[in-house]
Design a protein around this ligand. Structure first.
Ligand code: PLP
Length: 448
């Protein structure tokens, strides 16, 4: 006992120390959870989190001199940093170049966005302590909804705490057992979960395969209403849904089209409206869900925009909207200012597009294969999971923060390092990244 007390004292235990729940059920639960966690580690799919001590941006400082960046906490202790992690500690002091945030337009730390958040916080307070329909709608929520609808040239919009919530809330509210939903097999997890929650008939078509979609649409003719649901841009491959063809099929088989624009809003298309603008089908897509947590300031929040009666119905029926707190004013302030900046000019989006082009063409010239086309998500295809992992670690040793993805996040044999370009990367940042890839690729045999 004295040992336990001494250890607690050393760890600053006492009144605030965590208490383990007692009892056989709690002990059984703990054993089960620990074994499950061990399985995840054993499968090599453990996701560790680097702790950032600075704002989100193209250059980052990691917390705690880097220890938080590379040590994994086990039983309250940090594991010993690996040699790779040790060299990361050295690069931390100089900062690292960040290529793995969805901060496509660099607005997360834009001074005007931050100022707008502070002003909204001061004027409207920390939060509403309420859901929207009880006592939680402020003028800024209505203004932002109007602005989103205008930005997308739709009739109305409704805010959610996240796009995950928007996706979780729409299908159940809209579709009944008489209806059908047809979903791309690689749609985001939140679309998959949202569809699971609804009682409509479910069809899954092969990724971007128009023949398969047509076959499924034919099969679904027996239902009252058909909704085709797809990501506008897919986050693992940086590929863009063939919306023209999808909309043609939807017209032929009398279906509606829903797109998730999380990786498109703010920067795809001549005015950054998204995939529907890029592919010239703004008048053919019925419903758009998107996020405020990526290009539009990066704070948090999501929305649905589309026909007014649909938005009105969501306010009455959509459970994540009805039963979750209103978006905090500071978050609303960030997104609202981000939209103002984008509606004033498309210079930021153009700058991001130019940097994406620079990265893609230099990497291709260096001998790498980059998946997708013209999208700031640039997956560097490597095939082998171990190669992706060691190369990503070695990139970090050189001060470049990128993430390797392998099975089960992507299909077997399609491991890659995903690079995400932002408008606030400098040409030098991009060139340093390409140089580091070339060195590391040669060292590990990914390049001759
Ligand atoms: N849809 C897609 C395609 C996404 O990539 C994400 C986030 O990663 C979401 C939805 C969820 O967005 P949010 O972070 O606003 O919940």
């Amino acid at each position: 006992m004295w040992r336990v007390a001494a250890v607690r004292a050393l760890r600053g235990g006492g009144a605030g120390a965590p208490r383990a729940a007692s009892g056989a059920a709690a002990a059984q639960l703990r054993r089960r959870l620990e074994s499950e966690l061990e399985d995840i580690r054993g499968a090599g799919t453990w996701k560790s989190e680097r702790v950032i001590a600075s704002r989100q941006g193209p250059h980052l400082q990691l917390a705690g001199g880097g220890a938080g960046a590379c040590g994994e906490r086990r039983g309250g202790r940090l594991s010993v940093p690996s040699p790779g992690a040790m060299s990361l500690l050295l690069s931390v002091s100089a900062g690292i170049i960040n290529f793995c945030a969805n901060n496509y337009l660099g607005l997360s730390s834009h001074p005007e966005v931050i100022r707008a958040a502070v002003e909204a916080l001061e004027k409207f307070g920390a939060g509403l302590s309420s859901v929207r329909f009880i006592c939680g709608t402020q003028s800024i929520h209505k203004d932002l909804e109007d602005k989103i609808a205008r930005f997308h040239q739709r009739e109305d919009a409704i805010l959610y705490a996240s796009c995950f919530d928007a996706n979780a809330g729409i299908f159940e509210a809209l579709l009944t057992p008489e209806d059908a939903v047809l979903s791309d097999e690689l749609n985001h997890a939140s679309i998959i979960d949202g569809i699971r929650l609804c009682k409509a008939n479910k069809y899954r078509y092969k990724h971007m395969d128009m023949q398969d979609l047509e076959a499924k649409l034919k099969e679904a003719q027996k239902h009252r209403l058909r909704l085709v649901a797809t990501d506008g841009a897919f986050s693992m491959d940086g590929d863009i849904a063939p919306l023209r063809e999808i909309c043609q099929l939807a017209q032929k088989y009398d279906a509606l089209v829903f797109i998730d624009e999380c990786h498109a809003t703010g920067f795809l298309g001549p005015n950054g409206r998204g995939t529907d603008e890029l592919l010239g089908v703004m008048d053919k897509v019925t419903i758009i869900n998107s996020t405020l947590g990526k290009a539009l300031g990066g704070a948090a929040g999501g929305y649905t925009t589309g026909p007014k009666p649909l938005i009105d119905l969501l306010r009455q029926r959509s459970r994540p909207y009805l039963f979750s707190n209103s978006l905090p004013p500071a978050v609303v302030g960030c997104a609202s200012k981000a939209l103002d900046l984008l509606m004033e000019s498309n210079a930021i989006a153009q700058s991001m597009a130019a940097k994406t082009q620079r990265f893609r063409s230099k990497m291709t010239a260096a001998g790498f294969t980059i998946s997708g086309k013209d999208h700031p998500i640039c997956p560097v295809m490597l095939g082998d999971a171990r190669l992706a992992s060691v190369m990503a670690e070695d990139m970090l040793n050189r001060g470049i923060y990128v993430i390797g993805f392998s099975y089960p996040v992507v299909p077997k044999g399609k491991a890659r390092i995903r690079v995400q370009i932002s408008a606030v990367h400098s040409d030098e940042d991009i060139d340093r990244c390409v140089e580091a890839f070339t060195e590391v690729g040669r060292k590990h045999g990914a390049l001759p």
